[in-house]
Write a protein that binds this ligand. Structure first.
Ligand code: FAD
Ligand code: SF4
Length: 496
């Protein structure tokens, strides 16, 4: 028969193992004890990956073999026959696969179906481009894969981008009036995983962060399909308008909660996109929401993946704003209860309790705080990768170092995503119940985001002056009579 197929833990779906090319191959899954031992991963993240691997092995029955081994190399040696593998999702894994190939343990590396655009094809698009921006790439993706296009090649609805309709503040209520997302029911696999992780934690084999809790994200093919259907049928229609809004009592809002099944390789991204497009054609979801969702997956997710490979390993060391502060202990340990700032406390508690925060919470609360306080970007990247259930190596550099920390000096984003309390006040309901006042930058109730914003600008004024998009904020800085007082206080502040 054909060589067996070795699948990594983020390659669990039928677009990996169920294709005509792979259908007849035996499947090898290796559980490496080292994978989660090195760093403080979120307990629920370890659970999701473990459950995903065991679930797939159960679904494939006799076709699959799980091998427990200290490392992947040991596992393959233990298996004893050469295998084929798909392109893995990190540089470290790519190097490992290269070594295993040299040793004859891997005979072939197949392209990954985990992303719509191949690496080769992306390189062709990127070649010789003077402008290197997501929007151009996204339009090219739409054209290339024929998504939301009129027969003449124009975008459906006459424009490529409906972001303008999708930036509304939250409605004046404590939760969005949308049907609940899909949540899986736990089964005996979860029970075993939980017992195993309890033991590993007790024996000091793993040192997870965050609390254990009911599993909230899909880990099997059947669950991923149900989660996708539920989103498309009941929540896609409302996905757009409040995408950038935050409500303290509604952690999921109208978000898809599909990053885990997507990043575990359970859902074929092009299939997800086609099915969302179908909802527009049948009139069940408005174009602005469908386009907004398609943009996230066909645009952003693909862009971030290709940037990972393109930007190279040194990108992680970038630190254009010279931010060197160590992550404080309360942050690393997700000690939300010690935080007074209502927005930060709520989002950090979400990370502690679920390993999840939605995009604008990651960018405008967590990322914004870290940027203002000058947290070390590399340390922050490692934190995001481990504390979030959907964190994987490829997704971190462009999102954290680039988009959220501007540590690359403007390769991924055009200006730092720094914002004061006024922004958070407009886009959320956090400030009403907060000990601080978003309008105050001095005094006992000065909002750490508002004051922190000015202190950030002051600290980085020289580095940001060349950026035309920063001219206005920097001019504002010059008009603040109380700036020295704000800066002196913020530089000393260690409680938020
Ligand atoms: P939705 O808001 O419903 O979006 C739909 C899908 O679009 C997501 O499931 C995701 O697959 C994709 N997507 C949208 N934006 C991005 C993006 N910028 N990068 C990659 N995929 C995107 N995403 C991760 O998958 N893993 C991470 O570890 C991660 N870390 C992030 C860290 C920071 C600082 C920031 C600013 C963003 C990060 N993102 C990450 C991107 C984004 O916030 C999450 O994909 C999203 O919040 C996941 O929730 P959802 O499935 O409900 O997404
Ligand atoms: Fe956050 Fe400031 Fe609003 Fe409090 S007042 S919730 S710290 S933005």
């Amino acid at each position: 028969g054909p060589e067996p197929l070795w699948l990594f833990g983020d390659q669990l779906g039928p677009h990996f193992h169920g294709t005509a090319e792979n259908r007849d191959r035996e499947v090898v899954l290796i559980r490496s004890a080292a994978a989660f031992a090195r760093r403080p991963f979120h307990r629920q993240k370890i659970h999701l990956v473990e459950a995903g691997i065991r679930r797939l092995a159960a679904d494939l029955g006799d076709r699959a073999r799980i091998i427990d081994a200290p490392t992947y190399s040991d596992g393959l040696r233990r298996f004893g026959r050469p295998v084929v593998v798909h392109e893995p999702g990190s540089r470290a894994a790519e190097a490992l696969v290269g070594r295993l190939r040299d040793q004859g343990l891997v005979t072939d590396v197949l392209p990954t179906p985990g992303f719509v655009r191949s690496k080769k094809d992306f390189a062709t698009w990127a070649e010789g481009r003077s402008r290197f921006v997501m929007e151009d790439f996204y339009r090219d993706q739409r054209r290339r894969f024929g998504v939301l296009l009129e027969p003449d090649g124009d975008p459906v609805g006459g424009k490529w981008n409906f972001d303008h309709d999708n930036r509304r503040p939250p409605p004046g209520r404590s939760t969005l009036p949308v049907p609940a997302p899909y949540f899986p029911s736990e089964d005996e696999v979860d029970e075993q995983v939980r017992a195993d992780l309890d033991r590993a934690e007790r024996d000091g084999e793993i040192h997870p962060v965050g609390v254990d809790g009911p599993r909230r994200f899909a880990v099997s093919q059947a669950e991923a399909e149900q989660a996708l259907d539920r989103f498309l049928d009941h929540r896609l229609a409302t996905f757009g308008p409040h995408q950038d809004a935050m409500l303290s009592a509604d952690w999921a809002m109208s978000h898809a909660l599909l990053s885990v099944p997507l990043n575990l390789g359970l859902l074929d991204p092009l299939d997800v996109i086609r099915r969302a497009e179908e909802r527009h054609r049948s009139g069940t979801a408005p174009l602005a929401s469908v386009e907004g969702f398609v943009r996230q997956i066909l645009g952003w997710r693909e862009w971030i993946w290709h940037l990972y490979w393109r930007l190279g390993p040194d990108y992680l060391k970038k630190n254009e704003l010279r931010a060197h502060r160590k992550l404080p202990r309360w942050w690393r340990e997700l000690d939300a209860d010690s935080v007074e700032a209502a927005c930060l406390r709520t989002v950090l508690a979400g990370v502690r309790d679920r390993g999840y925060a939605h995009h604008i919470e990651r960018l405008m609360v967590l990322g914004n705080h870290a940027l203002q306080r000058g947290y070390d970007p590399a340390e922050l990247t490692a934190w995001f990768a481990t504390a979030f259930v959907d964190g994987f190596p490829w997704v971190m550099p462009a999102n954290v170092v680039g988009m959220s920390q501007y540590a690359d000096g403007g390769i991924v984003g055009t200006k730092p995503y720094a914002a004061g309390g006024a922004y958070i006040h407009r886009m959320s309901d956090h400030c009403g119940g907060c000990a601080y006042d978003p309008k105050k930058r001095v005094g006992a109730d000065a909002c750490p985001f508002t004051a922190g914003y000015w202190a950030f600008l002051d600290r980085n004024a020289d580095r940001l002056r060349g950026n035309p998009r920063m001219r206005r904020p920097l001019n504002g800085l010059g008009r603040l009579a109380d700036l020295p007082e704000v800066v002196a206080r913020e530089n000393r502040r260690d409680r938020f």
